[in-house]
Design a protein around this ligand. Structure first.
Ligand SMILES: [Zn+2]
Ligand SMILES: [Zn+2]
Length: 243
């Protein structure tokens, strides 16, 4: 499977950037994981909106869903212009029904996922872990039967991440803070916490994402290196990981 970073900023998009969004592809199936601010524009550097097969959302904070509304308009405009009447499934949890129901529109349909159950979308099988965050939020362990990607979405540190991320080929962590800073009140991790999960879970590659708009981002990698000795990459738009 192939993962492309579409947006990697936490909270709000830095200049010319986008917040959380990742494109996961296999065998011509395209799944968008989160749809943060700016992601619909950035996505089109890699795929046409009409090529999306499904969307899945970790939670309903703006920096993960801001572009759902304009994605719904894009689908509507494609119907007007190209008579394309395909309905895009948008998977979300139902812990906030008002938010979940807003996923359905003329050419998008909200699809509930039960975080206690495995979910199959196209070639992907997804397991969930409830994160530590001010609103219900779910991390994902995604496999195509060959390799494994774990995405923490937004979360403070908790020990369960170790088992959930065990032996993953790729771990994408919430790295909204620098080592020594306490992100737990805001429901986020720092570079040190993400690196400890990567080390303890024995993952092959760590991507630091949900990045802060302050400080020197390269420092996050240096801090993570103190704990984790595998491959560490700083997320950036267009970064590709392929298994
Ligand atoms: Zn976020
Ligand atoms: Zn959040």
């Amino acid at each position: 499977m192939k993962l492309t970073v579409i947006g990697c900023w936490g909270g709000y998009p830095a200049r010319d950037g986008a917040t959380s969004s990742y494109l996961l592809e296999k065998n011509n199936f395209s799944l968008l994981i989160d749809a943060g601010s700016g992601s619909l524009s950035k996505l089109q550097n890699y795929r046409d909106v009409s090529e999306l097969d499904a969307v899945i959302l970790s939670h309903y904070h703006h920096d993960h869903i801001a572009d759902i509304g304009v994605l719904q308009y894009a689908k509507l405009i494609q119907f007007y212009v190209k008579n394309s009447d395909s309905v895009l499934p948008i998977y979300g949890h139902t812990k906030d029904l008002e938010e979940f129901e807003s996923l359905s529109h003329e050419y998008t349909k909200g699809m509930p996922y039960d975080p206690e159950q495995e979910l199959k979308i196209g070639p992907f099988t997804i397991q969930f872990l409830e994160t530590v965050h001010p609103v219900p939020c779910y991390g994902m362990r995604i496999t195509d039967g060959e390799s494994v990607i774990v995405y923490t979405a937004d979360s403070s540190y908790k020990d369960e991440w170790k088992d959930f991320a065990e032996n993953a080929d790729l771990l994408i962590t919430d790295c909204n803070y620098y080592a020594g800073q306490d992100g737990s009140k805001a429901g986020h991790m720092n570079s040190e916490e993400g690196a400890k999960i990567a080390k303890n879970a024995g993952v092959k590659t760590l991507v630091l994402s949900h990045l802060p708009q302050f400080g020197n981002l390269d420092q996050l990698v240096e801090e993570a290196k103190q704990y984790y000795h595998g491959t560490i990459r700083l997320a950036e738009e267009g970064m590709v990981w392929q298994s």
